[in-house]
Design a protein around this ligand. Structure first.
Ligand SMILES: [Ca+2]
Ligand SMILES: [Ca+2]
Length: 185
């Protein structure tokens, strides 16, 4: 199944979120930097630092297979992800991997361990990626806090992320989740 322009836009935006050096490609060094930034942000929680050091290198392992000369370009990334959508088995593997990764990310973001993400916890996580745009973060928080009770449940977090990466329906919203430069979309 071909990606529509909505899918391409979302994957471009997520690629840009990960490309913390703004190089237009992702390498092992990019993930090392992401890990370092996150470990700094969560340095007060030794168990989060341990989890990050165990998990973030695994994110690179998934990218590594896509790399050409150690680099993954945006186009290469989109092409390979799109190819995962052609077969139900590869799509399922990819979707399971993403769900696992986002489950772990939820646990990292949830600093106080109450199984909810507060706006303060969300801000902390995004700051590791260089985002401190409060207006944008408020919008992201509202998109994730589906029942508007001021907290993001794990279920809602996982649902919205799944829609982001797997829904071709442009009415599903949330296309701005990782892109504060286009937060007006
Ligand atoms: Ca929490
Ligand atoms: Ca909620």
């Amino acid at each position: 199944m071909e990606f529509n322009s909505f899918m391409v836009k979302k994957y471009r935006s997520y690629f840009g979120f990960l490309d913390v050096y703004h190089e237009g490609f992702i390498t092992k060094a990019t993930f090392d930097q992401i890990c370092e930034n996150l470990c700094r942000v969560y340095s007060a929680s030794p168990e989060k630092v341990r989890l990050l050091k165990a998990e973030v290198p695994k994110w690179w392992v998934h990218f590594q297979d896509l790399a050409e000369n150690g680099k993954v370009s945006e186009q290469r990334y989109i092409d390979v992800i799109q190819s995962c959508f052609f077969l139900p088995t590869t799509l399922k593997t990819y979707r399971d991997n993403m769900a696992r990764a986002f489950g772990i990310i939820f646990d990292i973001i949830d600093v106080d361990g109450d199984n909810y993400i507060s706006i303060q916890e969300l801000r902390k996580y995004y700051s590791a990626f260089g985002c401190t745009d409060q207006k944008f973060l408020r919008k992201v928080f509202e998109a994730l806090d589906i029942n508007r009770n001021g907290l993001i449940s794990k279920e809602n977090y996982m649902d919205v992320n799944d829609k982001y990466f797997f829904s071709r329906d442009s009415n599903s919203g949330c296309a701005f989740l990782f892109d504060w430069s286009r937060s007006g979309d």
